[in-house]
Write a protein that binds this ligand. Structure first.
Ligand code: SF4
Ligand code: SF4
Length: 78
């Protein structure tokens, strides 16, 4: 049976693609490889990797390092 914290606590790793400039800093700092940079329509953009929400432990390094505030870690109740 999952811990109560896992039943009620939700984490979402969100990237605003309009803000992202594809610098890749988030891919370098995340300890659990939650980001990858891909080229879309000729522009580099960051995307979350599969299972990112489950792996994220809210260290917030990605939020801190992102130069354009494109990454937001949402923590809330389910
Ligand atoms: S650090 Fe921010 S701007 Fe740079 S690739 Fe990641 S989300 Fe995009
Ligand atoms: S908060 Fe930490 S663990 Fe979560 S995505 Fe950002 S860098 Fe990775």
């Amino acid at each position: 049976m999952p811990a109560i914290r896992e039943m009620v606590h939700e984490v979402r790793v969100q990237i605003d693609l309009n803000r992202c400039i594809g610098c890749g800093l988030c891919t370098q700092v995340c300890p659990v490889d939650n980001f990858e940079v891909r080229e879309v329509d000729g522009a580099k953009k960051a995307f979350t990797t599969e299972g990112a929400n489950e792996r994220c432990f809210c260290c917030k390094a990605c939020e801190v390092v992102c130069p354009t505030q494109a990454v937001v870690i949402f923590e809330g109740l389910k």
